[in-house]
Ligand binder design. Structure first.
Ligand SMILES: NC(=O)c1ccc[n+]([C@@H]2O[C@H](COP(=O)([O-])OP(=O)(O)OC[C@H]3O[C@@H](n4cnc5c(N)ncnc54)[C@H](O)[C@@H]3O)[C@@H](O)[C@H]2O)c1
Length: 468
């Protein structure tokens, strides 16, 4: 069977209708409303945009829902890829039940294995979209292939986890630009209307000089630490891929995977990337689940003007739970996002006390879902053929997040430049993994994985360290 699905049942939405829906990027909408004509047609020659979903987990399924929900956009899912067949089937069943006519993924276009991404992208035409929602380790090789095939990308955060992978993404971003490809990165908070208004108010000086920020992601472990599910006959490689938050090579651990949103939100509001980080952290409770993470992290980031960002990450049961980022300006405090990613409930206060009767501005409620907004913006840019590439920004956000992790794991003060140029390449060789490959991380004779020991290693959990 051909990899090309029938287009007959695809609803050909009008670009005029879509771009008039308020979903378009500011420039696309402005051009249309100014009578400068409608955007050029989709590079593939008609209005239909095909999607391939690579990484059919929780977020991959969610991203596909968001893509297929963009009002008036002629999007159709035509291929799916994962290293586990059951994940494809679970997500397909769910999508079928919500978007029956926009799912055209017969068994021939379900691909399983480490090369599934290539086969899924091969089902697309130039100008279609590949979604990457695998563990972050695979981002660069998958992105490279999408660019080679002339396909637009939506890739989940973090897009990189160390210096070498960050450089790869930045180099690839330039190649995507050269081909006029559009690239969305799943830092959806950047697409939140409330946070965007807060950003513009901060630029207008409504909170004064921005001096300090603080953030918290403190919650129960996402899995019971006493529960050590058997691997059955699963290979060590697939086990590490499945439990990617546990392994630095696969994800940068919970630090990179969980905290990148908050680090990015604060850096955005400050309008700068931190230049250095120092941090502490430790492993208190491990239960039966073995991994490479600390269960608490405390980071002090410094911005170029000396302003600070203090971040606390904790994954422990029965402790205070917090999930938000806040700032202190010389005129007043502010909430960037108060509790979870959405709604942000961004607020500016008169003075430093964050009390109701001191509110100077509060984001109007209800707020639009930023996971939907990021897709509306990406699709508008594709339909209007406007420059749109979030890869460099996503890589920089991922790098400064990794800088905090590296500082905690090594016990050193780490600068942005050191992190960018750090040669330890956690994802080296992932582009050639096959089902038969050994796992990138090897456990010891007792089945324990190497863990970061601050002060001991040069690079988190490996490398001989010279005395400072
Ligand atoms: N933007 C957000 O708020 C948000 C929320 C959740 C997750 N995420 C990101 O999405 C990504 C996936 O997270 P998740 O929670 O969906 O995890 P998940 O484990 O539910 O899904 C990952 C999927 O990728 C598959 N996979 C792994 N390696 C693969 C490979 N090489 N090729 C093809 N498929 C592969 C896995 O089998 C799994 O089905 C992570 O980068 C995570 O940080 C972002």
């Amino acid at each position: 069977m051909s990899n090309n699905p029938s287009r007959d049942d695809v609803r050909q939405a009008s670009r005029r209708e879509f771009l008039g829906s308020g979903a378009a990027t500011a420039t696309a909408a402005a051009a249309v409303f100014a009578g400068e004509g409608l955007p050029r047609v989709h590079a593939a020659g008609n209005d239909e945009i095909r999607l391939a979903l690579i990484g059919c987990g929780g977020r991959g399924g969610g991203a596909a829902v968001n893509a297929l929900s963009v009002a008036g956009a002629p999007i159709k899912l035509v291929a799916m890829g994962d290293v586990f067949k059951d994940r494809i089937d679970i997500v397909k069943r769910s999508l079928d039940s919500q978007f029956k006519e926009r799912i055209d993924v017969p068994d021939e276009r379900k691909f399983v294995g480490f090369d599934a991404f290539k086969k899924a992208i091969d089902c697309l035409r130039p100008g279609d979209i590949a979604i990457f929602a695998t563990p972050p380790a695979f981002r660069a090789p998958h992105f490279a292939y999408a660019i080679e095939k002339g396909v637009h990308t939506f890739m989940e955060k973090p897009v990189s986890i160390d210096g070498p992978s960050t450089k790869r993404i930045i180099e690839l971003a330039a190649k995507a630009d050269a081909k006029k490809l559009k690239v969305g990165v799943g830092l959806m908070c950047r697409h939140c209307d409330a946070r965007r208004e807060l950003f513009s108010r901060l630029r207008n000086g409504e909170a004064g000089e921005l001096i300090a920020f603080r953030g918290y992601r403190e919650h129960n472990p996402p899995h019971s630490l006493e529960l050590a599910p058997g691997r059955g006959d699963m290979s060590e490689l697939l086990w590490q891929v499945k439990r990617f938050h546990s392994f630095l090579w696969a994800s940068g651990g919970i630090f990179s995977d969980y905290y990148v949103h908050h680090v990015d939100e604060v850096s955005w509001m400050k309008d700068a990337w931190p230049v250095s980080a120092e941090a502490t952290g430790g492993r208190h409770y491990r239960g039966k689940i073995d991994d490479q993470n600390f269960d608490s992290y405390s980071v002090e980031y410094t911005f170029p003007d000396g302003a600070k960002f203090f971040y606390s990450g904790r994954v422990m049961p029965n402790c205070r739970q917090q999930f938000g980022v806040f700032g202190q300006g010389s005129k007043g405090a502010f909430t960037i996002s108060g509790s979870g990613h959405s709604p942000a409930k961004s607020t500016i206060y008169n003075g430093q006390k964050m009390e109701k009767d001191r509110i100077a501005w509060a984001a109007p409620q209800p707020e639009a879902n930023p996971y939907k907004r990021e897709w509306e913006h990406l699709v508008a840019a594709i339909l209007a053929d406007e420059p749109y590439n979030e890869a460099v920004r996503g890589a920089e956000a991922s790098l400064v997040t990794a800088m905090g992790r590296f500082a905690a794991h090594t016990g050193r003060l780490v600068t942005y430049d050191e992190m960018m140029n750090c040669p330890d390449d956690l994802t080296a060789g992932v582009d050639s993994l096959t089902d038969q490959s050994p796992a990138p991380l090897v456990a010891d004779a007792d089945g324990r994985y190497p863990t970061p020991n601050p002060g001991k290693f040069k690079y988190e959990y490996r490398g001989e360290r010279a005395a400072d």
